[in-house]
Design a protein around this ligand. Structure first.
Ligand code: CO
Length: 201
């Protein structure tokens, strides 16, 4: 992932076509409140951020990204379960998403997150979720995601609540395993806090 790791994510640093950067744990904007996009917020600025988030996501070899991860505290997420620009028809951009129903059944799988490079861990997610959200043109839509897509969606949706996948690691062994990496990320952040918030929103 962001979402679930199929391949190792890479930190692309600066990416052509965007001044946005992916914020890493423990950047405080990852925990900040994300505002709903209002009617007049479905504008060119929002479309620009969404497009640049997709650029960053592909450059990082991720399959999803949420707006707070680029320092934009709005309820906006993008994902592509194929993780490839070539499969652009699989791109999903969702504004103000809500989960209206979900399976009782939970599935455990490995996840990773572009805000936590160099680690992963097992997280339980609903097998399916029914979702409502808005497209960039303001049109409302409903969709059911299952399996892999459901997992990616739930991971990105969590970001909009300020919830990070490390909060959901269920295995004691995973918690112990990632602890040194989390400490490293905290040290890296102290040395080089990225305060950028260069989006127009
Ligand atoms: Co993530």
């Amino acid at each position: 992932m962001d979402g679930v790791a199929v391949k190792e994510e890479v930190d692309p640093g600066a990416v052509e076509g965007t001044s946005l950067r992916i914020l890493k744990y423990p950047h405080p904007l990852l925990r900040a409140k994300n505002e709903e996009v209002q009617e007049d917020g479905f504008n060119d600025d929002l479309r620009k951020v969404a497009r640049e988030m997709l650029l960053l996501m592909y450059a990082s070899q991720g399959v999803g990204l949420a707006a707070p991860q680029v320092g934009v505290n709005k309820r906006l997420l993008v994902f592509n379960a194929e993780g490839s620009e070539k499969a652009f028809l699989q791109e999903v951009v969702m504004v103000n998403p809500t989960i209206v129903a979900s399976s009782k059944k939970m599935l455990q799988e490995q996840e990773a997150c572009l805000s936590f490079p160099g680690m992963n861990g097992q997280v339980g997610r609903h097998e399916w979720v029914k979702v409502e959200g808005y497209r960039l043109n303001g049109k409302k839509f409903k969709v059911k995601y299952e399996g892999w897509k459901a997992r990616i969606f739930q991971h990105e949706f969590d970001h909009l609540q300020g919830v990070l996948y490390v909060d959901r690691l269920g295995l004691e062994e995973d918690l112990e395993r990632v602890k040194p990496r989390l400490d490293e990320l905290i040290e890296e952040y102290k040395k080089n806090p990225y305060e950028g918030r260069e989006a127009a929103l």
